[in-house]
Design a protein around this ligand. Structure first.
Ligand code: 5GP
Length: 208
């Protein structure tokens, strides 16, 4: 019997590099799938609906909230973001690992419903570096950048609620750390006991 997949939740301040780490993990781990979030934020240049986000309007988003279609949802920097429930549950059931790249409010909601999830907080090496990364990214207007930077310090206060903290000084190293966390989490007794069960079932001895 294939066990249920692992739910990996990645959070961290904007510019910490969650997205880059997530992308690298998806390239390296064939059993990992990405949960595409819904958002009311307008698409940035190059973003594709259904790939980066499912871009939607306020009305449709609120309908989905009322129909309990989200595993979690939150208002971040003035826009709604939410994780569609059905896809995540289906994939986990099929034995796939699922990664959510979501903010701290959403991660705390997921933790209440999925205490078995693995919660990883990505931090930048410094706030100066964070500021540089957001400016260099060049995807947001000046006022949005300022809002994201001021939110970063308050978001860091949530780090203690997570299971792991990974400093993203170099993407390759940080990705490898998150991947190792996943490997180890897969070995937890709760996730591997079925192997012992199967061994025992095959054993004819009475003491098993
Ligand atoms: P961005 O607009 O830069 O793509 O994302 C802004 C913030 O929203 C990021 O911190 C990102 O992790 C978070 N976010 C993206 N999708 C979701 C989601 O489905 N739920 C929640 N709670 N946050 C999300």
């Amino acid at each position: 019997m294939k066990p249920q997949g692992l739910l990996l939740v990645l959070s961290g301040p904007s510019g910490a590099g969650k997205g880059t780490i997530c992308k690298a993990l998806l390239e390296q781990r064939s059993d990992l799938v990405y949960s595409v979030s819904c958002t009311t934020r307008p698409p940035r240049k190059g973003e594709i609906s259904g790939v980066n986000y499912i871009f939607t309007n306020h009305e449709d988003f609120e309908d989905m909230i009322n129909n309990k279609g989200f595993l979690e949802h939150a208002s971040v920097y003035g826009n709604y973001y939410g994780t569609p429930r059905a896809y995540v549950l289906e994939q986990l059931k099929a034995g796939k690992d699922v990664v959510l790249e979501i903010d701290t409010q959403g991660a705390l909601q997921v933790k209440e419903n999925f205490p078995d999830g693995v919660f990883v907080f990505i931090v930048p090496p410094s706030l100066d570096e964070l500021s540089k990364r957001i400016y260099n990214r060049g995807t947001d207007a000046e006022d949005v950048i300022k809002r994201r930077l001021s939110a970063a310090t308050s978001e860091l206060a949530y780090a203690s609620k997570y299971d792991y903290i990974v400093v993203n000084d170099e993407v390759e190293k940080a990705t490898s750390k998150v991947s190792k966390i996943m490997d180890v989490e897969h070995l937890r007794v709760g996730r591997t006991f079925y192997i012992v069960d199967e061994i025992c079932k095959r054993c004819k001895k009475e003491e098993c």
